[in-house]
Design a protein around this ligand. Sequence first.
Ligand code: FA5
Length: 347
Amino acid sequence: MSLPDFLKSLDDLMDEARKSLESVDSGDALEALRVKFVGAKSGVLKTVQKMMGVIDVSDKPSAGKRFNEVRDAIQLAIDQAAEKLGGGGSSSKSGPMIDPTLPGVRPSLGQLHPITQTIEHLKEIMSRLGFSVTEGPEIEDTWHNFVALNIPEDHPARDPLDNFYLATAKKQVGGNPADRDAMLLRSQTSTVQIRVMEKQSLPLRIISLGRVYRPDAPDATHFPMFHQMEGLWVDKHVTMAQLKSVLRLFATSYLGSDVRVRFRPSFFPFTEPSVEVDYWWNGQWIEFGGAGMVDPNVFGHLNIDPEQWSGFAFGLGVERLCMRRFGITDIRDLYRSDVRFLRQFAS
Ligand code: FA5
């Protein structure tokens, strides 16, 4: 075949493809044209390409160049026709056309865990009562977790069976978990009371929310890792009456004005007097925290004069508050990571 004949058949092919593609009016018809012109096995372009085999060697470069131009132009015309019909061009040649009248697929959005929602809510209530938020480390030394909190070395609360001492830290200090320098996962957020009084000047009014760890057997109301909200108010003339007012105000803001709260005499080494705080739920009293007036011995550890300053502190269980608000009856459900359960508590 001569070069002029070959170029003429390419031009004819281009004209034919353009005309048919201009008037195409459905996805099926377009697909038929695509197969006809550029189909990999028996498309017309394929047949024309084979004809190049009989062209003179010296004419091959010009024939090949024109062939490529025509192939690209036809492909472009196919893509533009697909675009006009609402399809996605060459990438969706064999796929279904989009039907814009169908309802969309709703994307699945994440949401905050009920505990995170509770923490945010508690912060918001307490900041309205004038408390600022502070943080402390989850890995603590025995000074902040026990000694400064007036928990002596022989106190059962320091027992290795009741705490998560860290093996690496124990090794560093010679294997004695009661050692002042031993490290452990903090068993209460009261550690933050000490850290704040070490650093900040008085008066102060803070809360701190975070994880604490105890080797408690899991049941409906206990988990080995849980959260507490610690509160501390130190000023001149802070009284037990203020402590009770703040906790009542907190409880009514969080649980509603019909909540029943009671204070029971109790004992904590770092507060004197001490109380336990309960709310009424599902026909029984549930303990949600401990509280009391800061013990003068704690002030003594921090060189704060108890004759001049007084304070109250409280530590509340965040899970118990969360469960009460969301109607969750088993704390373990919060940590099963079952999205079907967690999705019920959309923020
Ligand atoms: C304390 O941890 C004291 N630090 C509270 C405190 C702070 C007293 C400041 C005085 C002044 P207690 O061990 O009772 O106290 O724990 C406080 C609350 O944490 C409990 O009332 C309960 O709501 C919650 N809690 C305790 N253990 C668990 C557990 N294993 N799982 C879930 N919540 C728990």
